[in-house]
Design a protein around this ligand. Structure first.
Ligand code: ADP
Length: 488
């Protein structure tokens, strides 16, 4: 988690810095583009207008009348309206006035100061919604004041389009008038984001060149996208780390639990082995010392020794089989087997403990059972484990029923008892290896916790399953379900 946090913080900080510097760089580039565009426009405009002024001056010098000037204006589409004043502020051209001229002329005359007459040069004057360029031009004898306005369409087409239309830039360059309205733009401006604008230095007073960012292409948005991608990637990383921690933690818990179960298992098995052994030994010694004089007594002793050693074998078989299953070395040979003898033989092996503890035993074996393909040893062992459990976990009512029947097209082998029962919550877990129910209840009873794991393995190998119905205090009913036909 710590390295992930550090990576996240560093990543975020560097992304922020990167975003800031990208923004700065972008603005600088935009400013360069705008300045260059302004310069190009100014150059082109100056070039066109200087040419016009030169020709005007030539015509004025040669004393060309109104006709000559009319002709010149007609030749220069950029010039919309031209006025020529003399020093006294009298309008020399045009002689033919239009209605609009009066106001403009008054304004122009008022705007041109005496200083301008003396200094000469160029000035921009706004009259109405038009910009007029006022220039002092040498005439034949004394300078005259020339003022002209430009045709906006021609300005757009011949100046802006000619200069800005060819500009190589992913941004949109536009020209804004004194009110900030776009007069010209290289591409539609809707939804475009204005980056910055710079003023023209000459020729177009209060007009500006603006640089726009086409929608969706702003570096800010690109950076935002990067940040989002990074955040998502980091989120995924974090999720993986958290998942890893959870999985590791669960695995660790399982391993600890398994280790505990295994150590319990060793203790339980050793204890399980010791009990029959000490019984055998005690009975053997008694016999050896000749303490049992009558024949019936001796027979009883022999029987006990045989049963206890059978029990011992079963126990050892269970443990050995379990270890074989664990290592995958357990093999099964399935042959058609008569069910009834198998059940009876298995039950017989428990005759002694059942009789000794006063069990009421019931065997309900259907008479018409077919031969079922199975590994008789394995199924016998599974059944024996169930019977052993029924005895082990019995309560005050000592009763056990073993049933064999065909139910729903499967062989059902059932072992039912009226013992301590199993809480519903434990039903799934009791088939896990080493698992033993609530330790206080089972404490008095010996067991290794592998019996039912073995049972489940055996039936599953046969293509069947094992079910349990049980309630605490009411007894348990374990059923082995085996398919009648051979399992592939
Ligand atoms: P164990 O060696 O402990 O008997 P098993 O795998 O045979 O191991 O059984 C697992 C657990 O299931 C037992 O510890 C016991 O708590 C419970 N159990 C199994 N059979 C019965 C039964 N017939 N009645 C009550 N509880 C049972």
């Amino acid at each position: 988690m710590a390295p992930a946090t550090i990576v996240a913080v560093l990543g975020y900080v560097s992304l922020r810095q990167w975003a800031a510097s990208a923004e700065l760089l972008f603005r600088e580039q935009a400013r360069d583009v705008a300045a260059m565009a302004a310069e190009k426009v100014e150059m082109m405009l100056r070039h066109t207008e200087d040419g016009f002024l030169d020709r005007l001056q030539a015509r004025l010098a040669s004393g060309g009348g109104d006709r000559a000037l009319d002709e010149l204006v007609a030749q220069t589409p950029l010039i919309r309206r031209l006025y020529v004043f003399d020093r006294g502020g009298r309008l020399l051209y045009p002689r033919v006035r239009r209605d609009e001229d009066a106001a403009v002329v008054t304004r122009l005359v008022a705007e041109v100061s005496k200083g301008f007459w003396d200094r000469g040069g160029k000035r921009e004057i706004v009259a109405g919604d038009q910009v007029y360029l006022a220039v002092m031009v040498k005439s034949r004898d004394e300078p005259v004041l020339v003022a002209y306005s430009r045709d906006l369409d021609v300005l757009r087409r011949d100046i802006f389009e000619a200069t800005l239309g060819t500009l190589e830039s992913p941004t949109i360059v536009a020209v804004l008038d004194q009110e900030g309205r776009p007069v010209y733009s290289r591409a539609p401006l809707d939804r475009a984001e204005r980056v910055l604008s710079v003023a023209f230095r000459e020729g177009l007073p209060a007009w500006r060149v603006a640089v726009y960012q086409p929608p969706g292409a702003s570096p800010r948005r690109a950076v935002r996208r990067q940040v989002a991608v990074f955040t998502a990637a980091f989120g995924a990383l974090l999720a993986v780390i958290v998942a890893g921690i959870v999985v590791t933690w669960r695995l660790m818990r399982r391993e600890t639990e398994m280790a505990r179960l295994k150590s319990d298992f060793v203790a339980n098995v050793s204890h399980d082995l010791k009990t029959p052994l000490s019984v055998i030994r005690m009975f053997g010694e008694t016999l050896e010392m000749g303490r049992v004089t009558d024949e019936t007594g001796r027979q009883e002793y022999y029987r006990v020794i045989t049963r206890e050693s059978e029990r011992l074998s079963r126990l050892i078989d269970n443990v050995l089989d379990f270890s074989r299953i664990e290592s995958g070395r357990r093999t099964y040979t399935r042959l058609p087997t008569a069910v009834e003898p198998l059940v009876r033989e298995t039950l017989e092996a428990f005759e002694y403990p059942l009789a000794q503890q006063g069990f009421k035993v019931e065997a309900r074996i259907a008479s018409d059972l077919p031969e079922v393909p199975m590994d008789a040893d394995a199924v016998g062992q599974a059944l024996a484990n169930l019977i052993d459990n029924a005895i082990k976990y019995s309560g005050d009512t000592k009763a056990i029923a073993v049933e064999a029947a065909v139910v729903d097209g499967r062989l059902a082998l059932t072992v039912a008892d009226q013992g301590i029962g199993i809480p519903a919550a434990e039903h799934a877990r009791i088939f896990e290896k080493f698992y033993r129910v609530g330790r206080s209840e089972t404490q008095g009873r010996r067991g290794s916790g592998v019996g039912l794991a073995l049972v489940r393995h055996v039936v599953e190998v046969h293509g069947g399953r094992v079910t349990v119905e049980s309630r605490p205090g009411e007894g348990s009913r374990f059923t082995l379900w085996l398919p009648l036909a051979g399992h592939a």
